[in-house]
Write a protein that binds this ligand. Structure first.
Ligand code: GRF
Length: 194
C-alpha cells in the first residue's frame, strides 16, 4: 500500500453491529478542519443496527453483510473494502469475530475499541465482571486487531474509576463517554504511522 501523504484523505471503513455512538463520534471528528481521514463506508453485520441511521444522515455508503455464511460474508467485506479503496478499518461495536485469514489480508490496518483496561477483561460483559471483581478502575482500550481476541498491540487506554454505587449500566455510560474521546485520539496516532 502506498504511503499516504499530502492532501489525500485516508479512507476509513467503520464496522458496527449496534447503536453506533462511536461511529457517530468518528464521523464528527472527520468533519473537523484538521482531520485527515474520511469515513468512506460503514459495514454492519445487522440490518437493524441503530447506528445505520448515521450513515443515512451523513450520506455515508453502507453495506449490510449477512453472516449466515462467514466465509462468504468476509469475501463480500473484502470486496467492498477494495472497491472503496479503504486504507484502515475501525471496529466499533462489531459483534463478529474476523477470521485469521481476513486479518492477514488487512494486517496492521484494523483497530478496535474495547470497554476494559486490556489485557484485563477480554470478551463480553466487561463492566459487570470488573464490578464483580471489586476492581478500583475500569476503562477502555483502543488496540490493533490480531488473530487472538482483544489481544493486539495497545494503542491508547483510558482509566475510569469504579464508584461504589456503580451498576454495569452506569459504569458503561461513563466509559462510553471516555471512548468517544479516546477513539479519535488513537485514530490520529495510527494515521500518522500508516
Ligand atoms: C462500545 O462499548 C465498544 O467499546 C464496544 O462496543 C460498544 C459499542 O458501542 N466494542 P457503540 O455501538 O459505539 O455505541
Amino acid at each position: 500500500m502506498p504511503k499516504l501523504i499530502g492532501i489525500n484523505k485516508i479512507n476509513i471503513a467503520v464496522f458496527i453491529s449496534g447503536s453506533g455512538s462511536n461511529f457517530k463520534n468518528l464521523i464528527s471528528y472527520s468533519f473537523k478542519k484538521k482531520s485527515n481521514y474520511k469515513i468512506q463506508l460503514v459495514i454492519s453485520s445487522k440490518a437493524t443496527a441503530k447506528g445505520l441511521k448515521y450513515a443515512k444522515k451523513f450520506k455515508i455508503k453502507k453495506k449490510i453483510i449477512s453472516y449466515l455464511n462467514k466465509e462468504k460474508a468476509e469475501k463480500d467485506i473484502l470486496l467492498a473494502l477494495r472497491k472503496n479503496k479503504i486504507n484502515l478499518v475501525c471496529l466499533a461495536g462489531f459483534m463478529k469475530i474476523l477470521s485469521k485469514n481476513f486479518i492477514k489480508k488487512f494486517k496492521g490496518k484494523i483497530i478496535n475499541i474495547h470497554p476494559s483496561l486490556l489485557p484485563k477483561y477480554k470478551g463480553l460483559n466487561t463492566h459487570q465482571r470488573a464490578i464483580n471483581n471489586k476492581e478500583k478502575y475500569a476503562g477502555c482500550t483502543v488496540h490493533y486487531v490480531n488473530s487472538r481476541l482483544d489481544s493486539g498491540k495497545i494503542i491508547l487506554q483510558k482509566k475510569v474509576k469504579i464508584l461504589k454505587t456503580d451498576t454495569s449500566i452506569t459504569l458503561k455510560k461513563r466509559i462510553l463517554k471516555k471512548e468517544h474521546i479516546l477513539y479519535p485520539k488513537a485514530l490520529k496516532k495510527v494515521l500518522i504511522n500508516l
